[in-house]
Design a protein around this ligand. Structure first.
Ligand code: ZN
Ligand code: ZN
Length: 643
C-alpha cells in the first residue's frame, strides 16, 4: 500500500493498493514474480487460492487474483486446510470452497489499512519533528499496538524505579526426624517487625516438639489443554528460552515440512475429524514415541481434554503424524517433540498426587512439614521432560511423636519490586489485554527492540523508549490507550462474522487520528527537541562498550578518527590525557556492544553484523585465550576447503 507523492508529509488519509515494487525500491524482485503470475494466469481457466487459511494468506491470494490475474477474485475457489500433508491437500483440492473467503479477506484488508494509517502518520510525525529540530534523520516509529505495548513496559519500569525497599522477616527452621533433617515452615509466613521473629526464635530454638496432626490429601490433576500459538510460545520460552518470535518461526518451518498443523491458531480444541488414532499410529513408527503412542491406542476411546479458546479457521496445533524426511535442526526437534508430547498428553488420564501436611507444635508455636508423592503418573508420563513438579518424600511419622528442632533462625528480607517483563510474559500480557493478534504480537515485541526503545531479555525501557512513551501519552493519549486499542481490535474481529463493516472501522480510525496529528503538528518544535536530545543520548549510549580495563575509571567507546576515517575502540579518559588504551576494530559492517562478556576473558563482547554473513560476537582482547583456539580452527577450516 502507498500514497501518491511526497513522503515527508502528514497527515495522509488517502491510499491505494499497488504492487510492492512500485512503492519500495528494495522490493524490486517482486516485479518478476508478479509478472510470472500474470503470464501463467492469461492461459488458465480455473483459479483456486491455496494460500494459508488465515487473514494474511487469504488477503495475499485475493490481491494476486485481483491485481496479477486480471480480476479473477470473483470467480476463484478456495482450498481450506490446516496441514500440508498430501492427503489433506488432495482433499482440499478436490472439494474447494466455491468462493474466496471474503470475510477473512475484508478483515485482513481492514487490519492492513488501519495499521498503515496509524503507522505511517504517527511515525512520520515523530521522525519529522526530530529531523526539523536537529536536521538529522533517524527512523522513529510507533504504531497502533506498539504504543500501548510500550506503555505496559514503561508502567512497570516506573514501578521498579520508584520502589522503596521494605524490610520484612521470616523464620527459617529445620526439624530432625529419624536422623535426617527436614525443612519446616513457621505458621506465620512473614513478620513486619523484627522483634516478632526474634520471639519465635527465642521460644523454639533447640526445643523438642510434638507432632499434633497429619493431614493427607489426594489431588487430581487434569491433563493440559492442546496448544494454541500463545501457549506453545510460553512453554518453549520456559523450557528452551526461545523468544515468541523464534518459536513461531520454528513452528512455521515444521508446518511447511508437513510435520505439524497450522501454528498461528488461537484454538485449544482438537476435533475428531483430524483422526486421533491415525496420527498416533503414524507417530508410533518413531522409536521414541512407540511405547507411549501404542499405550494410548490400546485405550479404546480417545477423547482429548480441550481448552476454552476456539478459532473458526483452524484447530489447536497438533502433529500430523508425518515423520521428518530430512534431519531436523536441534531447535526444530525440540519444538516438534514438545508438540508431539503435548498432543499425546491431552489424551492421558488425570495424574494423582498425594500431599501431606504434618503440624508440629513447639512451645505453643506451630511449624508445618510438607511432602508430595505421585500416586499415579497419568498424563505426566507422556509429557515428562516438560514437567517441573518434583516429589518431596517424607518419613513415616505418627501423631504424638516427639521431634527435635534442629535449627530455628530469623531471616532478614526485603519485599521485591515487581519483576520486569520478558518476551514471553509480555506476550501473555498483550493476549490478556486483547491487543494485537496471534500473528503480530511477537513481531511487535521485536520491533520495540529493533528501534532501541527497550533492551535486554528482562525487558528494560531505554531513555529513548521513555521519551517516546511520554510524548505519546502526553500529546495523544488515545494512541497509547489500551482500552481504545482493544475496542478497535474487537471491531476488526467482528468483520470476520460480517457484523461490522470495513468502511466504518476506517472512518473511525481516521476520526481518531485527525485531532491527534493536529496536536502533534502544533507542538512539533517541543516534541522535536525532546526527541533529538533522546536520540543523541541513545547514539552515544550505543557506542559505550564497558569499563576500561587499564585505567578502570574511563569507559571504552567506539570512536572515529577524523584523520584516518577509521573506527577503533578508545578510552574516554583519552580526552583528559589520562589513558591511551585503544584497540582496532573491523572496518566493515556494523559494530555494537553485545551486552555480554567473553566467557574466557570476561571482557565485554562486540556484536558484528556484515551483509551476507551470519552476525558474530567479537572479543577485542588481543590476549584472549579463545583467540588462539579460534585461529587454529580457522586454519583447519581453510585446509579442508582447499582439499
Ligand atoms: Zn582507560
Ligand atoms: Zn575474550
Amino acid at each position: 500500500m502507498h500514497e501518491r507523492g511526497r513522503r515527508n508529509y502528514y497527515p495522509v488519509f488517502s491510499f491505494k493498493w499497488a504492487p510492492r515494487y512500485s512503492a519500495e525500491r528494495r522490493a524490486k524482485e517482486t516485479r518478476t514474480w508478479i509478472e510470472v503470475f500474470s503470464k501463467l494466469a492469461s492461459n488458465a481457466n480455473d483459479f483456486i487460492s491455496a494460500c494459508d487459511y488465515d487473514l494474511e494468506g487469504s488477503l495475499i491470494g485475493y490481491c494476486l487474483l485481483k491485481y496479477a490475474c486480471d480480476n479473477k477474485h470473483g470467480t476463484a475457489k478456495r482450498m481450506k486446510f490446516s496441514t500440508l500433508t498430501k492427503t489433506e491437500l488432495e482433499k482440499a483440492y478436490e472439494k474447494p470452497l466455491p468462493n474466496l473467503d471474503f470475510a477473512l479477506i475484508e478483515a485482513g484488508r481492514t487490519r492492513h489499512e488501519v495499521d498503515w494509517l496509524y503507522g505511517v502518520n504517527l511515525s512520520r510525525a515523530l521522525t519529522l519533528a526530530a529531523k526539523r529540530w536537529s536536521g538529522r534523520y533517524a527512523t522513529l516509529s510507533t504504531g497502533r499496538v506498539q504504543g500501548p505495548t510500550l506503555k505496559f513496559l514503561v508502567g512497570r519500569e516506573k514501578e521498579i524505579r520508584s520502589y522503596v525497599p521494605t524490610p520484612y522477616w521470616t523464620i527459617g527452621a529445620e526439624v530432625e526426624i529419624k536422623g535426617s533433617a527436614y525443612e519446616v515452615e513457621y505458621e506465620a509466613k512473614t513478620f513486619e517487625k523484627r522483634v516478632g521473629a526474634d520471639t519465635v526464635v527465642e521460644a523454639c530454638r533447640a526445643k523438642t516438639g510434638e507432632i499434633e496432626t497429619i493431614q493427607v490429601r489426594k489431588l487430581r490433576q487434569k491433563p493440559p489443554v492442546p496448544f494454541d500459538l500463545g501457549k506453545l510460545q510460553t512453554e518453549a520460552y520456559s523450557f528452551f528460552g526461545y523468544t515468541p518470535r523464534r518459536t513461531s518461526n520454528i513452528a512455521q518451518r515444521l508446518y511447511l515440512e508437513a510435520l505439524i498443523s497450522y501454528p498461528r491458531t488461537s484454538s485449544q480444541k482438537l476435533p475428531p475429524i483430524i483422526n486421533y488414532a491415525a496420527i498416533l499410529k503414524a507417530l508410533s513408527k518413531e522409536a521414541s514415541y512407540k511405547k507411549l503412542a501404542s499405550e494410548l491406542l490400546r485405550k479404546g476411546e480417545l477423547k482429548p481434554v480441550e481448552g476454552k479458546k476456539d478459532d473458526p479457521a483452524h484447530p489447536a496445533i497438533y502433529p500430523t503424524g508425518n515423520l521428518p524426511e530430512k534431519e531436523l535442526s536441534q531447535q526444530e526437534k525440540r519444538i516438534w517433540d514438545l508438540i508431539v508430547r503435548r498432543f499425546m498428553a491431552v489424551f492421558g488420564e488425570p495424574a494423582i498426587r498425594q500431599s501431606m501436611k504434618v503440624c508440629i507444635g513447639v512451645s505453643g508455636h506451630r511449624f508445618y512439614l510438607r511432602g508430595r508423592r505421585i500416586l499415579k503418573e497419568g498424563w505426566t508420563r507422556f509429557y515428562k521432560p516438560y514437567i517441573r513438579a518434583a516429589e518431596a518424600l517424607l518419613p513415616t511419622v505418627r501423631e504424638g511423636e516427639k521431634v527435635q528442632m534442629k535449627r530455628v533462625v530469623r531471616e532478614d528480607k526485603f519485599i521485591k519490586p515487581p519483576p520486569r517483563y520478558n518476551p514471553s510474559s509480555l506476550l501473555q500480557k498483550m493476549e490478556e489485554e486483547g491487543i494485537g493478534t496471534k500473528a503480530t504480537r511477537a513481531d511487535i515485541i521485536e520491533t520495540l527492540y529493533g528501534r532501541g526503545y527497550v533492551a535486554e531479555e528482562r525487558i528494560a525501557v531505554t531513555d529513548l523508549g521513555f521519551d517516546i512513551a511520554d510524548i505519546l501519552s502526553k500529546h495523544c493519549p488515545t494512541v497509547t490507550s489500551v482500552k481504545f486499542t482493544r475496542e478497535l481490535e474487537e471491531k476488526m474481529e467482528r468483520i470476520l462474522t460480517n457484523s461490522e463493516e470495513r468502511e466504518n472501522v476506517l472512518v473511525e480510525a481516521v476520526n481518531q487520528l485527525k485531532p491527534v496529528l493536529e496536536e502533534l503538528k502544533q507542538k512539533e518544535q517541543n516534541i522535536g527537541q525532546v526527541l533529538s536530545t533522546a536520540i543523541k543520548r541513545a547514539r552515544i549510549q550505543e557506542r559505550i562498550i564497558g569499563n576500561c580495563p587499564s585505567c578502570k575509571t574511563g569507559k571504552l567507546m567506539i570512536l572515529y578518527s577524523r584523520k584516518t576515517r577509521k573506527r577503533f575502540i578508545g578510552c574516554t579518559n583519552y580526552f583528559k590525557d589520562l589513558c591511551t588504551t585503544s584497540f582496532p576494530l573491523p572496518q566493515r559492517g556494523t559494530v555494537k556492544p553485545a551486552q555480554k562478556n567473553c566467557r574466557a576473558c570476561e571482557w565485554p563482547l562486540l556484536f558484528v553484523r556484515l551483509k551476507g554473513k551470519r552476525p558474530w560476537m567479537l572479543c577485542f582482547n588481543p590476549n584472549c585465550p579463545l583467540k588462539e583456539e579460534r585461529r587454529k580452527r580457522d586454519e583447519m577450516q581453510s585446509l579442508r576447503e582447499e582439499s
